[in-house]
Design a protein around this ligand. Structure first.
Ligand SMILES: [Fe+2]
Ligand SMILES: [Fe+2]
Length: 483
């Protein structure tokens, strides 16, 4: 192949760096799928704004030093494409039973079903989040935020394309059927929901959106990192490029929450409020009080922990042994990469107490990835707490205990406080509104969600960003709204 895979071919209807114009069969399959995708985008993508000009970045290369071009685009005209990171020469399977063998360029027959399942699960999350976020455009706190929402949305759409490409190129007819199914399921639908719990929850307001992009997109980051290690090279290359896009989604979450916390602290100071837990007083200022931010955080973090599956899992062990799904930063870990004898500490419920129990490292891979995730989450909390302490307030946001509010894994059948104290059903029911947002909390946040569409202006409850997208000035018109 002589094409320059760093650059993207925009001459075909589907931009790509995988030489689609010479891969007629796959091009035909993708072109056949495209109209259904556009229909899905019109039905389930952002509500309204489809005729608006949005200042979006589009990938034109996979060179990490500069792959994006910014311009005004109508979302339905966005150039969704197939982009894989460059092929690494002589890449080897970096873990599992095939450790050290050449990475596979085709699907190994014995792992076909497993691989397909993992790709479908990943693929299913991408359109799901677009569906969950489709109502948010009409309450955006600024044009800057509106643009960021749409950027995230079009890129999740592109991630769906990425998974569909793999399905259609490598899995024949089954793959084409799965690709169609990805357009058929709907987030929160009773008959045909999305595959994972957190992707069927609502994203009712912008605080939830920032929590989602911080916590749930970060689960995506961890999953993509593990799949980027895959011995199946096309999957690895796809995920590596997706990760460069994903970084922006988490930036939106982290800075979004920072700006909410910032604005709350400023408003409290201006009003001379000394007690940040005086909720009524703080809310009267038109900002979100810190205890409510903590509740939202509790909810989204616990929902995201569920995405890692059971702490002890033979599926995870099988995928690792097969060389299909590795660990976070697998190639930087110093061990045998086969986990033949090692153990890993897993939090378990033992005799009514939460205890660390050593399990074979191979079956504890979900737990390990979840621990890596939690460590990654902590960074944002440090930043948010810095904002609070700098403003002179004695209040700390914290991640709730792993046993808190869980629906999957070791703690799904018990109730625990955010501090990890096990409690009975009655206590849970009495106190849960102190820990996860109540209807009244939701109503209050909803009352703040009035749209701000004047360039350079922001809603009462959020601070402006420090810098603009693509270094644009504060009053830049990120979205030219057409009505
Ligand atoms: Fe994604
Ligand atoms: Fe994302």
């Amino acid at each position: 192949m002589t094409v320059n895979i760093m650059n993207v071919d925009y001459s075909t209807k589907i931009p790509n760096n995988v030489n689609l114009s010479e891969d007629r069969q796959v091009l035909k399959a993708l072109e056949g799928w495209h109209p259904g995708y556009v229909d899905w985008w019109q039905d389930m993508g952002p509500e309204g704004f489809q005729q608006s000009l949005v200042y979006l970045r589009t990938a034109y290369s996979v060179d990490p030093r500069g792959w994006a071009k910014f311009d005004y685009v109508k979302m339905p005209d966005y150039r969704w494409g197939i982009l894989l990171a460059p092929q690494e020469e002589d890449r080897k399977v970096p873990f599992g039973a095939h450790y050290g063998e050449p990475a596979w360029q085709e699907v190994p027959g014995e792992y076909r079903a497993m691989l397909r399942r993992l790709i479908v699960i990943q693929g299913d999350t991408e359109p799901a989040s677009v569906e969950q976020q489709r109502h948010l455009g009409k309450t955006a706190p600024s044009l800057y935020d509106l643009r960021n929402l749409f950027q995230v949305n079009v890129e999740e759409g592109r991630h769906l394309w990425a998974m569909v490409y793999l399905l259609q190129k490598y899995f024949g007819r089954d793959g084409r059927e799965e690709a169609d199914e990805l357009l058929r399921r709907r987030s929160g639908d009773e008959d045909s929901p999305r595959m994972l719990g957190a992707f069927n929850e609502e994203t009712p307001d912008w605080l939830s959106f920032f929590m989602f992009t911080y916590f749930t997109d970060r689960d995506g980051k961890m999953q993509l990192h593990s799949l980027a290690q895959s011995g199946f090279d096309p999957l690895s290359r796809t995920c590596r490029f997706m990760l460069t896009e994903e970084a922006h989604h988490m930036f939106v979450g982290e800075t979004g929450i920072t700006r909410v916390v910032q604005r709350t602290c400023e408003a409290m100071r201006e009003a001379g409020i000394t007690d940040p837990t005086d909720i009524a007083k703080v809310r009267a200022l038109g900002v979100v009080d810190l205890p409510t931010i903590q509740k939202k955080l509790n909810l989204h973090y616990s929902l995201s922990l569920d995405l890692f599956g059971s702490e002890v899992s033979t599926n995870a062990a099988n995928a690792f042994n097969a060389g299909i799904k590795g660990r976070y930063r697998e190639t930087q870990i110093e061990d045998d990469h086969q986990l033949k004898t090692s153990t890993y500490p897993v939090l378990k419920l033992v005799g009514g107490e939460i205890k660390r129990v050593d399990e074979p490292a191979l079956t504890a891979l979900n737990m390990r990835l979840r621990d890596d995730y939690t460590q990654d989450c902590v960074k944002g909390l440090l930043r948010w707490n810095k904002v609070i302490s700098t403003a002179g307030y004695d209040f700390k946001l914290a991640l709730p205990n792993v046993a808190f509010h869980r629906a999957i894994g070791e703690f799904k059948d018990v109730h625990a406080t955010p501090d990890g104290l096990l409690i009975d059903d009655a206590t849970w029911n009495k106190r849960k509104n102190d820990w996860v947002p109540s209807t009244a909390d939701g109503d209050f946040i909803a009352s703040l969600m009035t749209p701000v569409t004047e360039a350079g202006k922001f809603a009462s409850w959020i601070s402006p960003p420090k810098v603009g997208i693509d270094n644009k000035p504060g009053d830049f018109e990120y979205v030219k709204i057409e009505t």
